[in-house]
Design a binder for this molecule. Structure first.
Ligand code: SF4
Length: 463
């Protein structure tokens, strides 16, 4: 991942019943690794007892064969995390497992609860003690406190008290419960593997396991899988306007998947084609900023008739941290990840295609790098509209002040990144590319500032 992007959120997984449940969860998380690289965890259930194993790092680093063998039983949930709410410490890794009056319960959560801080303060006032600063723990406290007779009802009662984005899989001593919030901000897929029910954030997890994708959970739907593997679906929440995250299509989701009724790769290519149609241009090559700009660049090249070329080569083996030399190397951070194919730029007019421009710092370095190779014209095209507002629904974004498009015109940004021209796809263009889903069913708040759920700052504090 390059430096100047919105950050992926979290990935969740669940399976029941399956003789190798923990191994399946491990593989499912492996396929979902792009959704979070800071921590990974699995909870499995054997004879009514839940066992948790988690750690910081990539899935393949966290789990050894021995650790997986200790996760016995025929049922498991898993989580990969990028810290959206809550800092990056091991206590915040998920699934979170607690024991309360209802017995053991574990949760793997994707999303952000907008009123988590407020709920937490209320709970602390009446004596609740928190182990993490993750908003998912607030959910577990609300469940633990519930006077409802069944755990299922306690979960429904807790979820009725929170506002925001949640796709969750819960594990109780005998059930797997998957739920998607009524607005459906984050995805959650249902699949089957023989007799087993499988849940995952994205369909790519099913592909790796040879599981069959059945359908997406509907916004506000709860699916319960009991000890014998029987599945029950219900809609226990008040209906609300649907607001699926359009940025999942543009950037977060893997391109090889299907989500919110759309094929991700096809949608991204259509964004690129629309971008070419909205802002025609003459150039020698269309060059993607890898990896995120590749699909849109393909669509741009096809629609414009300008040849596509891999002019920037990404080093796929860069770890999350690297040691910078003491003597400064210009643009080291970008150069360690991307290297230009020099002869493609010498004396050429190029169009660079990327899927977003957040602070502008990386784009500026890439434009400079390309010019240094002898490009005569460098045009930047972005397959998302300008990101003017932060996200409060489960994506890690800079503050509004750090988003360059919140305070600068497109021409000012063009000057800053030192490109010959800069164009973004329009909001209407982005919506026109949807094939099967309705534009109204999407959240676009980071482009419009039109937040469907008010967040605490809107109640008085500054953004
Ligand atoms: Fe997605 Fe943007 Fe809405 Fe956040 S604000 S949910 S990133 S569309």
């Amino acid at each position: 991942m390059l430096l100047d992007k919105f950050k992926d959120e979290c990935g969740i997984f669940g399976i029941k019943p399956h003789p190798e449940a923990a191994n399946m969860a491990y593989l499912g998380l492996y396929a979902l690794q792009h959704r979070g690289q800071e921590a990974a965890g699995v909870v499995s259930e054997s004879d009514g007892v839940l066992t948790c194993s988690k750690g910081q790092g990539l899935v393949s680093d966290v789990f050894t064969r021995e650790k997986l063998q200790r996760l016995r039983g025929d049922s498991a949930i898993g989580h990969v995390r990028y810290s959206t709410a809550g800092s990056n410490r091991i206590e915040n890794a998920q699934p979170i497992l607690i024991t309360c009056q209802h017995g053991q319960i574990a949760v793997a959560h994707n999303g952000n609860l907008v009123n988590a801080m407020e709920m937490r303060r209320k709970l602390e006032k009446i004596g609740s003690i928190f182990n993490t600063d993750s908003d998912s723990e607030v959910l577990l406290h609300l469940i633990a406190k519930s006077k409802q007779e069944t755990l299922e009802d306690a979960i429904i009662e807790a979820l009725n008290q929170v506002e925001g984005a949640y796709s969750c899989v819960f594990h109780t001593k005998d059930k797997l419960i998957a739920v998607r919030d009524p607005r459906g901000f984050r995805p959650l897929m249902l699949g089957t593997l023989g007799e087993s029910t499988v849940f995952a954030s994205e369909t790519c997890a099913f592909d790796l396991l040879d599981a069959q994708f059945q359908r997406e959970l509907e916004p506000g739907e709860m699916v319960v899988v009991n000890r014998r593997g029987m599945r029950r679906s219900m809609k226990p929440f008040e209906e609300k306007p649907i607001r699926q995250c359009i940025f999942e299509h543009i950037y977060f989701a893997r391109p090889d998947g299907f989500m919110f009724g759309e094929h991700t790769q096809r949608y991204r290519e259509q964004l690129g084609a629309k971008l070419a149609e909205e802002n025609p241009l003459e150039a020698d090559y269309v060059i993607p900023v890898p990896d995120s700009g590749v699909s849109a660049a393909l669509g741009y090249a096809r629609a414009s008739g300008i040849p596509f070329a891999f002019g920037l080569i990404r080093n796929h083996y860069v770890g999350r941290t690297f040691i910078e030399p003491k003597q400064s190397i210009r643009h080291f951070g970008v150069k360690i990840k991307l290297n230009p194919v020099r002869h493609l730029f010498e004396g050429k007019r190029v169009v660079l295609v990327d899927d977003s421009l957040v602070r502008g710092t990386t784009s500026r370095k890439i434009v400079k790098m390309v010019r240094n190779c002898g490009a005569t014209e460098v045009h930047m095209r972005i397959s998302a509209p300008p990101t003017t507002h932060p996200c409060y629904y489960g994506i890690d974004t800079p503050t509004r002040g750090e988003l360059i498009a919140s305070s600068h015109s497109i021409d000012e940004i063009r000057k800053y990144i030192e490109a010959d021209s800069l164009e973004y796809i329009s909001i209407q263009g982005m919506l026109d590319c949807l094939n099967n889903s309705s534009p109204e069913s999407y959240c676009k708040a980071c482009f419009t500032g039109d937040y469907v759920i008010p967040f605490p700052h809107q109640a008085g504090a500054s953004v």
